[in-house]
Design a protein around this ligand. Structure first.
Ligand code: ME8
Length: 510
């Protein structure tokens, strides 16, 4: 039986249109999901939209729509972005769906039954933009003297009846979780932040609101709607069938990794495992946080109006170059800057020049000078063996990097082979061998085809569309493109389709 692997993205707020940041997390999760499928796992990949709460309600009002029509519209736009980015999610959960609402109410009831929820009154700070409660000590004073959340979000003083979750009771259990599972929070710096937050002491968490109504009603007390983060985090189990924990789909729980941006680690690494432990459920295996993108060195914000939609970028540069850029440009975990210049440079240098040329010159040469078929392999010489060995050693390196979600490192390993293959073709010079030694020429071409095949198979998770085209050109059957298929060699004499370029150079209009 295949081993299960469950990966999630955050579910995105529908208060605004999808942008580069959302596309980033989804692309990273997609590359990992695709790699795991390629490596023989039974993968479940979930994404979706977070549709309740004060922030979304306010955005609907500003748009002059009732919240449900508004969220229907924006959620459709998020689905469109995922489709355009070629995201291979197995499900898309919307928190306004009945399956989620019912399951979430069941979870609430379970927490009540476990004695983890009590009725009280909240009096304190709330930031609608973050949908988060803050303690007085956490606030900062802005240059105009006003109090702000540590994220810079405006805060308001809230006094309302509220249900509370007994978070305080989970301090020791959480610390034990982090200690027993040192990889639960990654990267390390984030783990340290969470550790010191939890060690500093926890307060019980307000988990319901009464001052607005756009949320899931609290069972038995309809004046309250659930706090949007309790509602949202639950998506990771409601989508796989909770409360029916015996359902086949629930077999994916616990998730292997929740991929999140660095600003929402606390919710995933503190509140979420505490809710789960209180409900007697297993906790996820890992919360991995990545950094933030700026755009042309500016933070993306409403006031600057510089949110980037990836769809026009796909129209201009092609889908796979955009996917490649996002995962190649920045060490995963750290912050990065998006600029057109950097994107064009990655596209022209690494895709068009390095990989595109390698494939194009090999395949065109075979079409013109080797009868357009997989050439015969003569005796292997030292440089052939060296390159083939390097290709064979690549899979474990890529696997190891992706185990650590080091997408940039996986790509760098693949590019070392691309560069080595380009150096090999230059040194072996099949164009000269054509006149002197066609047996040797054929061997060199075959070695190149083998290496390009390995590169194309391993790049599928990152650039599925173009690698499909490349594998087609290599004559590899569609059912022989898994990692498990890397071993058998190409079949001599197989005729190859007419080659065509996969990564045209981008030339900026004058
Ligand atoms: O936080 N750079 O939703 P959200 C990189 N609904 N990633 C970015 C980014 C940027 N500039 N901006 C956004 C929420 N992201 C909640 C989550 S989960 C149960 C609920 C990505 O619409 C990143 O993954 O504000 C971040 O965590 C997420 O979008 C926040 O999306």
């Amino acid at each position: 039986m295949k081993q299960k692997f469950y990966i999630t993205t955050p579910i995105y707020y529908v208060n605004g249109a999808p942008h580069l940041g959302h596309a980033y997390t989804s692309t990273a999760a997609d590359a990992l999901a695709r790699f795991k499928r390629l490596d023989g796992f039974d993968v479940f990949f979930l994404t979706g939209t977070d549709e309740h709460g004060q922030k979304v309600e306010a955005a609907a009002r500003a748009a002059g729509l009732d919240p449900q029509s508004f969220t229907d519209q924006v959620a459709a736009d998020f689905k469109d972005m995922a489709a355009r980015m070629n995201i291979s999610n197995d499900d898309f959960i919307r928190t306004t769906e009945p399956r989620h609402k019912h399951a979430c109410q069941e979870l609430w009831q379970r927490l009540v039954d476990a004695g983890a929820i009590y009725l009280g009154k909240y009096e304190g700070w709330y930031a609608v933009r973050d949908e988060a409660f803050y303690d007085e000590e956490e606030l900062v004073t802005a240059s105009d003297g006003s109090k702000k959340a540590p994220t810079g979000a405006p805060v308001e003083w809230v006094i309302e009846p509220s249900y509370f979750f007994r978070l305080k009771d989970f301090q020791e259990k959480l610390l034990k979780l982090y200690e027993d599972h040192p990889d639960f929070i990654a990267p390390q710096a984030k783990r340290n932040e969470v550790l010191s937050f939890v060690r500093g002491g926890l307060n019980d968490l307000s988990v319901s609101r009464t001052s607005f109504s756009w949320g899931i009603p609290v069972p038995g007390d309809p004046d309250h709607v659930m706090y949007v983060w309790l509602d949202a985090l639950a998506n990771y189990i409601t989508a796989i069938g909770y409360p029916d924990t015996s359902a086949e789909r629930y077999g994916y729980w616990p998730a292997n990794v929740h991929l999140v941006g660095k600003e929402i680690v606390r919710f995933h690494a503190v509140y979420w495992p505490a809710f789960l432990m209180a409900a007697g459920l297993k906790v996820p295996k890992k919360v991995f946080s990545h950094g933030w993108w700026t755009v042309e060195s500016e933070k993306m914000s409403k006031s600057l109006g510089n949110f980037i939609d990836v769809r026009p970028l796909i129209d201009e540069f092609g889908l796979d170059p955009v996917r490649f850029f996002l995962l190649r440009e920045v060490p995963f975990g750290g912050d990065g800057d998006f600029s057109r210049k950097a994107l064009i440079s990655r596209l022209n240098v690494e895709l068009a020049n390095d990989l595109g040329n390698l494939a194009q010159r090999t395949l065109t040469f075979i079409a013109k000078n080797a009868g357009g078929v997989v050439p015969a392999c003569g005796e292997l010489a030292a440089p052939d063996i060296l390159l083939l060995d390097q290709a064979e050693a690549l899979t474990p390196k890529v696997r190891d990097a992706l185990e650590r979600l080091a997408f940039h490192e996986a790509l760098e390993e693949i590019w070392k082979l691309v560069r080595a293959a380009n150096a090999y073709i230059d040194h072996q010079a099949p164009w000269s061998l054509r006149k002197t030694d066609t047996v040797r020429m054929n061997t060199v071409l075959l070695v190149l085809l083998e290496v390009i095949r390995v590169i194309a198979v391993l790049l599928q998770p990152f650039m599925p569309e173009t690698m499909t085209k490349l594998l087609d050109q290599l004559g590899i059957p569609k059912d022989a493109r898994q990692i498990a298929d890397l071993e058998p060699r190409l079949v001599e004499g197989t005729s190859l389709p007419a080659p065509f370029g996969i990564f045209p150079r981008y030339v900026e209009a004058a």
